[in-house]
Design a protein around this ligand. Structure first.
Ligand code: PHE
Length: 341
């Protein structure tokens, strides 16, 4: 029996040493130490031994059981450590690696300038309104005093939608003036930004679609002085307090008198250079006192009320503000360009 025990001892030792995982260890434990295990099987034969041999073999068997248990434990912790090591290796997180960049969108430079303009006018008590881009000739032309034979009503100038020339893509934001006069009672102070469409060839300063911002003020006793004060405030807020402006007489069918506003060239301060094409001044917007007939057509008594209106090109404001020389850059959506602003 001693030999049996000794061979179990060396066989089990070897097997435990070679066990590669916890399951293998567990089945070895069952194999050697379990109720139906090899050690138990040997001990069952103790009855055959003599009285002198029994305690000696019993002691040896207990010793082997103790050894086996200890070896199983040791091997178990060795395997656990090894597995932990492997897991750490496979789950390595290199905190020095660069993170994944989450790209945030950015406000388009046109919107940056538009928001500035809206802020300035909201600060002066204006409300912001919007009008439709598909407009009726009634609003865009007739009630703005634009006669049937005016060039803007030609098919070569305007994108018509219906052949009867009653519906088209608006060519200015001025029809919003009429819509507002129709739906609001004076005093009126509104600003209306939006897209407009004209059959223009695309070049550095033209696009068949661009943006205008329309302004309209109607109240008792509104004068050209209010117009100049309001527009000078706008220019000084967006181009700086030293901005020099001038108002030139002009003609629009829906304002009388009408004017255009120029901003002195920021590059040459009026001397004339490449930026202002030698003019010294840069035309920035059209404006004027709302024509009495336009007021009348919308049910506002020109004997009681007067008002001023203006329309400014947003792209033009943006280009001057950030010294962008080509309008196409605003629409090409090259993020390398747009991210600069
Ligand atoms: N609608 C005119 C244009 O597009 C600008 C303008 C607006 C002029 C309001 C006077 C008053 O050129």
């Amino acid at each position: 029996m001693r030999e049996l025990l000794e061979s179990l001892r060396s066989a089990s030792r070897q097997a435990i040493d070679q066990a590669v995982d916890m399951e293998a260890l567990e089945s070895l434990r069952v194999k050697y130490l379990g109720k139906k295990g090899e050690l138990t099987a040997i001990l069952k034969q103790m009855g055959k031994l003599s009285a002198e041999e029994r305690p000696v073999i019993g002691q040896l068997a207990n010793q082997i059981r103790g050894e086996l248990e200890a070896e199983l434990e040791d091997r178990k912790s060795a395997l656990a450590a090894k597995m932990q090591e492997l897991r750490l290796e496979s789950e390595t997180l290199d905190v020095t690696m660069p993170g994944k960049e989450i790209r945030l969108g950015k406000k388009h430079v046109n919107n940056t300038v538009l928001d500035e303009v809206l802020d300035i006018f909201v600060g002066m008590g204006f409300s912001i309104v919007e009008g439709p881009e598909i407009e009726l000739a009634t609003y865009d032309f007739d009630r703005l005093n634009i006669p049937a034979n005016h060039t803007v009503r030609e098919w070569t100038d305007t994108f018509y939608i219906t052949p009867d020339e009653k519906v088209h893509l608006r060519c200015q934001t001025s029809p919003v003036q009429v819509r507002v006069m129709e739906s609001m009672k004076p005093p009126i102070r509104i600003l209306s930004p939006g897209r407009v469409y004209r059959k223009d060839e695309i070049d550095a300063t033209h696009s068949p679609m661009f943006h205008q911002i329309e302004g309209l003020v109607i109240d008792k006793g509104v004068t050209m002085g209010d117009l100049k004060g309001t527009l000078n405030t706008l220019m000084q807020k967006i181009y700086g307090p030293d901005t020099v402006t001038r108002f030139r007489p002009h003609h629009f069918p829906f304002t009388e008198p009408s004017c255009e506003m120029d901003v002195q060239c920021f590059e040459c301060h009026g001397r004339g250079c490449r930026v202002c094409k030698g003019e010294g001044w840069i035309e920035i917007l059209g404006a004027g006192m709302v024509h009495p007939h336009v007021l009348e057509m919308s049910g506002i008594d020109p004997e009681v009320y007067s008002g001023f209106a203006f329309g400014v090109g947003l792209e033009r404001l943006t280009m001057r503000r950030f010294q962008i020389s080509d309008m196409r850059l605003l629409y090409e959506n090259d993020v390398r360009f747009l991210n600069q602003f």
